[in-house]
Design a protein around this ligand. Sequence first.
Ligand SMILES: *Cc1c(COP(=O)(O)O)cnc(C)c1O
Length: 461
Amino acid sequence: MKYVSTRGKAPDLNFEQAMLTGLARDGGLYVPEKYPTLSTEKIASFSTKSYEEVAFEIMKPFVGDTFTDNEFKKIIKLAYAGFSHRAKCPIVQLSENHFLLELFHGPTLAFKDVAMQLIGQMFEVALKRRGEKVTIVGATSGDTGSAAMEAFKGLDSVNLFIMYPHGRVSEVQRRQMTTPNESNVHALAVDGDFDTCQALLKDMFNDFDFRDEVKLAGVNSINWARVLAQVVYYFTSAVAIGAPNRKVSFTVPTGNFGDIFAGYVAKKMGLPIERLIIATNQNDILHRTLKTGNHTKSGVKPSISPSMDIQVSSNFERLVFDLYKRDGAKVIELFDALKNDGSFTLSDEAIKLLNDEFDSGCCSDSETSEAIKKYFDNMGEVLCPHSAIGVNVAESQISQIPMITLATAHPAKFPDAVANACGITPDLPSHMADLYERNERMTRVSGDLKALEAIIRKGIK
Ligand SMILES: *Cc1c(COP(=O)(O)O)cnc(C)c1O
């Protein structure tokens, strides 16, 4: 399988290269040259297979010969060994036609573990074989960073630096990033919001001297391997409730558009998905884009669902590439306008294609709190604020077609928002019960690229 850049000006890569590179050198994102399709019989056969077996079959065509079959099976097994639920990503029924897909049974209690645990193992095997060492720098609104710390800590072939917006992540998220002892992982508290962190990261990738000097690699949701790992649970959950014989829809709490893009890929591969519904908080740029075709940044407004406090949804570029029939020049034009003028407007045809695939809804903080309270009062289900946004938006869209809403984090990761909404303070699972007693370690950084690069240079071991 070959990977091409959404901006059409970087060399095509194989899976291993695309995984280790992250952002393409022309500023674009890597996508497969084409999507493999699975037959109905193949999809039906998943109903008797384990999560790991399905993961292997779905990802294998994308991974190509980067790993032998045995190697890849071992990687998958190790990746999901730390999940606390036997099904890995189980579903719970909320009402007759509404299901919750629980993606928070990994080590850091958010869906980011599903991809990050796999990427950690894949990097380790690929880098050991190449005899190389890389520097991974990531930007996080909270959950990616903790998942990456957990997945990469202690690995010989990786130095990891995670930037998060100072004061804008939950205490559990911060502590998950600042408490690992391993000397190859570093938490960087940036003065600014998530978009500041993400812009710094992009600029760092575009500083080719630095990029080559430290062998920069990325594991943000722009990394294709992460999107790929997330395609798997669309299949397992849909099959569990009757696909491919019946259609399903998905509602996805969305920030960077990585998770829902994985749903789009599943559909392209032949999973019979009726609708893909984007659920946002008050940072509703995607919701507005669907309604008006106008993709306009407005400042990030902090919410009680901080992992979705994002205005520049980086993976949206992958979709725009498809909306414009894979015309890289058009993508450059639009995303240059977004960078320089803060907005672009989609063509009428692109708006139509977008609305053919997706619907959207958004939720204020008070609606989110009400949804948490309602589900707790009515059925004892404690939702994290992100999952509550999904459930609330899904409710307004439920039809005859069964709906699966993605529960993206465990409620204990956002205890204050949950307690304020429904009076319950969810307990942390036992493996992190002493999180509040552990020592914290982090470096404060300004929004200055050169200063940041100096800190990274110094921290590499
Ligand atoms: C990252 C995250 C999201 C948003 O996912 P995207 O792939 O960025 O759209 C939603 N909820 C939680 C809990 C998250 O950690």
